[in-house]
Write a protein that binds this ligand. Structure first.
Ligand SMILES: Cc1cc2nc3c(=O)[nH]c(=O)nc-3n(C[C@H](O)[C@H](O)[C@H](O)COP(=O)(O)OP(=O)(O)OC[C@H]3O[C@@H](n4cnc5c(N)ncnc54)[C@H](O)[C@@H]3O)c2cc1C
Ligand SMILES: *[C@@H]1O[C@H](CO)[C@@H](O)[C@H](O)[C@H]1NC(C)=O
Ligand SMILES: *[C@@H]1O[C@H](CO)[C@@H](O)[C@H](O)[C@H]1NC(C)=O
Ligand SMILES: *[C@@H]1O[C@H](CO)[C@@H](O)[C@H](O)[C@H]1NC(C)=O
Ligand SMILES: *[C@@H]1O[C@H](CO)[C@@H](O)[C@H](O)[C@H]1NC(C)=O
Ligand SMILES: *[C@@H]1O[C@H](CO)[C@@H](O)[C@H](O)[C@H]1NC(C)=O
Ligand SMILES: *[C@@H]1O[C@H](CO)[C@@H](O)[C@H](O)[C@H]1NC(C)=O
Ligand SMILES: *[C@@H]1O[C@H](CO)[C@@H](O)[C@H](O)[C@H]1NC(C)=O
Length: 612
């Protein structure tokens, strides 16, 4: 390992630590300072940056071989056992908490110049520790498109299906009626690390929604398993929840690997850049990493003997590359950073899924709103959770949903070619939630509600991430470009999604439940009014992807991808990016499981690359 000591005190510390006995145990260090003496005398094969979805997978899989030594660096804390993280129902309190980086976007031109909160997890587990735990693999066509865009058939559905099964422990919930009809067991595995299943508690609206589905079955066909590769239709919602508690990469991948002597984890360690350590045939070898516990704190260096792997997520990974001079040359040099590799696609191709909530007043007094309005009920449900991991606190945002496509004769396709990957991929999602939800905050109305969440899943809009300054603690400039595409596909499809959701909720089955649409959206009737409402109110599902996208091998020209199909950074040796940054197209799905699957395959690619 390489140690760059900049002070006499540090040099003295290094000298002392070299004489100390070698520890044989894996360890979780709470700061770079606490780890210093151990790290300074250890040689690591791999240094992984970021302990989120992808970083957790890699830390586990790469240490399966006991002769491989891995260092995992995470900027956040180790507090993944925090109750707010563990209890599924409390997921909303994690956004804007100490476990959230609290990014915000630039004013979004497609959303009336509003800047919106852009959550990302900052704790062991990364965003898997603060997300809404929804468990979707994505569509067959989405993986097949990755394969065709990269020229690597290993990314296709058939091959990735192996990893999608390898990662999961999908068990049916014991507490729901008719459970066997709710997913296809032949598509699933029970031997992987990520605990998942269907909702544990049946809600009164479940049967009403099933009846509505049957009434409108030509538009909303029943889909027994949204994770079969074909997502279209009405289905039950799977979650990364096991025995009533959140599954995340900290609990499922990192914690089990901590019993191995060949993994070291340092939390509170923010990576500031990667550094060139040598060159081979004129190509920079980038096996050095610098990290620190905070602004104006000592900057430590470590070197991997095999690879440095960035898994800092679709905000963190491009920021680190840009700070290191790996990215668009003009941008790097404009900040006085000397360009190491001119890689135009770093920070480009940013994609996310816009989200809209609309609310409905219902006649029932038995909805999940009561958990918010009745402290006694909430206390009772919390006790149930604490004592036996059952009850309403095991639930996520919905039990059921529908995924739909625009009809092929939709007028938009005269002007815009279909951005979806194919017929198995939905253009939009409709979530039916048994309570009032408004992600933007504001005061909660009293009473009982249903919320329709209608979201776009095949955005044409692309945004970008650029450096604000060379200070690694300054957040980068984040512009996801939401609803900004020139052809207007995104706003059109958001509008059509909302209308599809309204059609579903107008099925006769809802007559005894829904009173009326509630709030400002109720006045949005014409297409124009609906679009205005969307631009004024849309938020985001938090699936930021694509900012260091993979493409075909070799060329670094703009638009051809920043990564090779094996996720190595183009124009470098010894450096990979493995996380949601690498998606060339965001899947038409929630992105945690696609990220896990990408990282599972990456682990095999990395092992194979060093098996000689
Ligand atoms: C509020 C919210 C709700 C979501 N809901 C869902 C959902 O219900 N279902 C779903 O499938 N997906 C959901 N997602 C998305 C999903 O969680 C992410 O797509 C997925 O976690 C991405 O994995 P990743 O490995 O790319 O990044 P992350 O999981 O974000 O991990 C990146 C890690 O790197 C660390 N890091 C960043 N920069 C540095 C640095 N410089 N030095 C050291 N460490 C660093 C971060 O702290 C973090 O731990 C949600 C996300 C959010 C934020
Ligand atoms: C484990 O890693 C060592 C060192 O790289 C390698 O020689 C060995 O083949 C690996 N073992 C397996 C089972 O892959
Ligand atoms: C989290 O809890 C598990 C099980 O209770 C325990 O084994 C583990 O050490 C805890 N991790 C941390 C970082 O506290
Ligand atoms: C995010 O903001 C909240 C509320 O201001 C704050 O408590 C929390 O510490 C912030 N998170 C981080 C990582 O700074
Ligand atoms: C299971 O559900 C199906 C379809 O909703 C229904 O026809 C069947 O009667 C149910 N079976 C049981 C045992 O409840
Ligand atoms: C899978 O989950 C079930 C139910 O939670 C559990 O009993 C089982 O041990 C898990 N299997 C693995 C391989 O973790
Ligand atoms: C699309 O086709 C359906 C019938 O399949 C028809 O009802 C509808 O009006 C058509 N829409 C347009 C925009 O042509
Ligand atoms: C980022 O996107 C904005 C808005 O489209 C654009 O003005 C800007 O030039 C882009 N920046 C880079 C570096 O691509």
């Amino acid at each position: 390992m390489l140690f760059r000591s900049t002070s006499a005190a540090q040099a003295a510390l290094l000298f002392l630590s070299v004489a100390a006995p070698q520890s044989a145990l894996a360890a979780l260090y709470t700061s770079p300072e606490a780890a210093f003496s151990h790290v300074s005398r250890t040689t690591y094969d791999y240094v992984i940056v970021g302990a989120g979805a992808a970083g957790g997978v890699l830390a586990n899989r790469l240490t399966e071989n006991s002769s491989i030594k891995v260092l995992l660096l995470e900027a956040g804390s180790s507090d993944y056992n925090n109750t707010n993280i563990e209890i599924p129902w409390l997921a909303p309190v994690l956004t804007g908490s100490t476990f959230d980086w609290n990014y915000t976007t630039t004013p979004q031109v497609g959303m009336n110049d509003r800047s919106i909160g852009y959550a990302r997890g900052k704790v062991l587990g990364g965003s898997t520790s603060i997300n809404y735990m929804i468990y979707t693999r994505g569509a067959k066509d989405d993986y097949d498109r990755w394969a065709s865009v990269t020229g690597d058939s290993g990314w296709n559905w058939n091959n990735m299906f192996t990893y999608l099964k390898k990662l999961e422990n999908f068990t049916n919930s014991p507490n729901v009626q008719n459970a066997s009809l709710k997913f296809s067991s032949n598509l699933h595995s029970t031997s992987g690390p990520v605990g998942a299943g269907l909702p544990q508690v049946s809600l009164p609206i479940d049967q009403i929604a099933l009846n509505a589905q049957q009434e409108l079955s030509s538009e909303f066909p029943f889909n027994q398993d949204v994770n079969s590769g074909d997502m279209i239709g009405f289905s039950w919602t799977p979650f990364a929840i096991q025995n009533g508690a959140r599954s995340n990469s900290a609990r499922d991948y990192i914690q089990p690997a901590l019993s191995r002597s060949n993994l070291d984890v340092i939390v509170g360690a923010q990576v500031t850049k990667v550094v060139k350590t040598s060159s081979q045939g004129g190509v920079p070898v980038v096996r050095g990493v610098q990290y620190t516990s905070g602004p104006n704190k000592y900057v430590y260096s470590v070197q991997a003997s095999k690879e440095v792997i960035l898994s800092a997520g679709a905000i963190g990974s491009p920021q680190i590359l840009l700070l290191s001079g790996i990215g668009p040359k003009a941008q790097c040099t404009s900040h006085g950073i000397s360009s190491l590799v001119d890689l135009p696609d770093v920070g480009q191709n940013m994609q996310d899924h816009p989200l809209l909530t609309t609310n409905y007043k219902v006649s029932s007094d038995d909805t999940l709103d009561n958990l918010g309005s009745d402290p006694e009920l909430a206390a009772q449900q919390l006790a149930l959770w604490q004592n036996s991991r059952v009850g309403d606190f095991t639930l996520g945002a919905c039990n059921q949903w529908a995924w739909g496509r625009l009809p092929s004769n939709d007028s938009i396709f005269k002007a815009v070619s279909d951005p979806s990957s194919g017929s198995t991929a939905p253009h939009y999602q409709l979530i039916f939630s048994d309570l009032y939800i408004a992600f933007g905050g504001g005061s909660l109305p009293t009473g009982n509600f249903l919320t329709l969440i209608s979201n776009l899943y095949t955005p044409v809009s692309r945004g970008n991430l650029t450096l604000k300054s060379t200070n690694p603690f300054d957040y980068p400039i984040i512009n996801p470009g939401l609803l900004s595409d020139e052809g207007g596909f995104d706003i059109h499809t958001m509008r059509e999604a909302l209308k599809a959701g309204r059609r579903f909720l107008q099925a006769p089955a809802w007559d005894s439940w829904i009173v009326s649409e509630y709030g400002d959206s109720a006045n949005a009737k014409t297409d124009e009014q609906i679009e205005d409402f969307i631009r004024a109110n849309a938020l985001v599902v938090n699936h930021v992807s694509g900012t260091v996208g993979m493409g075909k091998k070799g060329t670094t020209a703009q638009g051809s991808g920043a990564l090779n199909p094996d996720l190595t950074v183009k124009g470098t040796i010894g450096l990979r990016v493995v996380d949601a940054s690498a998606f060339p197209f965001v899947p038409a799905a929630h992105t945690m499981i696609p990220t896990y699957a990408l990282a599972e395959r990456a682990a095999d690619l990395i092992k194979a690359a060093h098996s000689h």
